[in-house]
Design a protein around this ligand. Sequence first.
Ligand code: DSN
Length: 421
Amino acid sequence: MPIYDNLEVADPDIYNALMGEIKRQKEGVELIPSENYISPAVMEIMGSVFNNKYSEGYPGRRYYGGQEYTDCVESLAIERATKLFNCEHANVQPHAGAPANLALYFALLEPGDTVLGMDLSHGGHLTHGHPVTYITKVFNFVRYKMKDVETGEIDYDEMREVAIRERPKIILAGFSAYPRELDYAKMKAIADEVGAYTVADMAHIAGMIAGKALRNPFDDGFDVITTTTHKSLRGPRGGMILCKNLDLGKKIDKSVFPGFQGGPIMQMVAAKAVAFKEALKPEFKDYAAQIITNAKKMADVFMDNGAKLVTNGTDNHLMMVDCVTSWGITGQETETLFDRIGVTLNKNMIPDDPRKPMDPSGIRFGTPAITTRGMKEADVEMIAKFMLQAVEKRNDDSAIERLHDEVIDFCLKFPVPGINA
Ligand code: DSN
């Protein structure tokens, strides 16, 4: 484990919280599909003196002096990102996924312009135009949905009709709670018909795209990809914008800085470079493929045991269970129950959920983190069985406590990178 002796003396409260979190991560099963474990190398650079440097601008064009090493790390991050995702331009400065999306909107749109994105109740993301976000005061968001929630197939005919009627400037692919693949080629054809940019927000699936286990939207002619770097891509917490066209790249750069952000968080930019180097290694392909193998296995075990999965399965890293239909308990009750046995996931709306976001019908979970820990199909089956037993014995406190002990014993067999590996 890394040594935190300075922190222990300087701030025992924060040190103790850190020790608690380390124990929680070691002893628990992490199934939140947007979470992962970074490598020790990524963790080291995140805690480095690059934190101390201001670097407004871009490599070779900065506003302050002393940039020889920041230029080096940002240039490497850009070079590796473009290689990893087969594109010409990368902006690696967005502080997170939401600012990346907002900077992109301001790069491509004028106030009042329209974006056509996935309906939020069918898996889309807050930054794709949820009414609670300020961005909906500036741009107009319209929606496409699934045609059939039993298969997850998107209604591309409806998407085309809406596109022809609403004339969006951006057609947006991407999601945070959709377990199937999108047909990027069909979306690109619709966008070409109405003169829209094609943008994929691949935050959830970036690792599988980098590892060639899922299709790269650039291969179907997409203009732009936005992403976070900390989910399946297994890098530091942050965002990134990629594109094929260098003129578009210039607009995006201006929008990120000075349009939208101040100085880049250079220790995170450096950590992105380290993570991209790891993702370019051949073994990352095995990791990406295993994420999906594990997710399919988990989905099968749940379905074989009578659980109702949204779209009846998965093609990617995540799945959702309709808990009310499957077990007669809400998503919140299920999340709390699994917390009690040391399995972490999140409550989630199911498509057209009659319940409220803070008390929805379903749960969402996935396999990027447990796959990083080295778990394979038999281990995934074990986790699914712990969860199903918890549901069955949910009113028996001592059975739940025993299950929690079994989960801890099981987890301690799998080292956590950055903690004990
Ligand atoms: N919070 C992320 C997720 O869990 O999907 C998306 O913003």
